[in-house]
Design a protein around this ligand. Sequence first.
Ligand SMILES: Nc1ncnc2c1ncn2[C@@H]1O[C@H](COP(=O)(O)OP(=O)(O)OP(=O)(O)O)[C@@H](O)[C@H]1O
Length: 338
Amino acid sequence: MIQLDHISVDFPQGKQPGARAVDNVSLHIKRGEIYGIVGASGAGKSTLLRTINLLQRPSTGDVIVNGVRVSELSGSGLRRQRQKIGMIFQHFNLMFTRTVAANVAFSLRAAGKSSADIASRVPEILALVGLTDKATAFPAQLSGGQKQRVGIARAIANQPEVLLCDEPTSALDLETSASILTLLKEINLRLGITIVLISHEMTVIKTICDRVAVMTGGKVVEEGAVFDIFATPQHEFTRQLVSHTFNLELPPRLMQDLRGTLLKILFVGASAEQPVLSDVATRFGVSVNILHGKIEYIGHRALGLLVALLTHPSQPEQVALAVAYIQENTARVEVLHG
Ligand SMILES: Nc1ncnc2c1ncn2[C@@H]1O[C@H](COP(=O)(O)OP(=O)(O)OP(=O)(O)O)[C@@H](O)[C@H]1O
């Protein structure tokens, strides 16, 4: 659906070459998926996203959306193409002197819709985003979540094929973020719109994306199914992002005077449902003391991380056998101590 081929974006400073914000990125986003781009501030996510509707023209490389080589378009061809690509923003970018209904009507009018079409379509879209009762309100009278709903209504008014989301929940509290992400998922499923979403938070990616690209320093360093990226991150930067999400730091007090073998154990899918730890307690007579842990559900699959201390009162070699057993029966084991 969206093909980015060797995209680079440079921002020359006067006659100097300046900074390269996006460095040779190639991605293929499939029709109907929700694709995330994650990375720290300044990684180049916004710049890359904006090349998809040519708000940012790439310095080199090609952007192809649904067979159309967007990077070669200009003038009316580009305007027509942009109607097929909706976009929402972190700070909503609404017209503050117009009502909610007029904000949505504006997009329809810009696309050449008749007054009759606009009159019937606006209430339909407002109902879809849950804002029927706010049609005559002005943006300043709305909460952040409601403002983003107006942004979404405006972006999907012309039934686009693609919706670009630039940090759509970063200005919202946790609960409101969750409701906006649920709405985006609903729109993706009900209307079949392909969504590309950028965020600096892995939690957002985990909640709605099917696949994700990890960006740092203008480059995509890793890409894949969200579950796989969480379960087996390959790049150091991705590992850090994932570990911040799991947040399994032990308090220093617990790390002092540790006796035994401290393990960080990753359970994936079926292994998360097996009683591996109670097995080792019975088979090897070890005590298993769980110090920290979390099970995340990504889609319908479970991903568990546990920090556990294994000890044996008299036969330390039994601990080594227990560790080997755990290694055989779980996705990944890291010995943190001992
Ligand atoms: N119009 C511009 N002119 C010059 N440099 C720019 C411009 N836009 C972005 N940059 C630079 O390009 C780099 C990437 O910026 P970009 O906004 O794409 O990153 P980001 O990952 O989206 O970060 P953030 O989440 O903070 O927006 C940054 O170093 C930024 O300063």
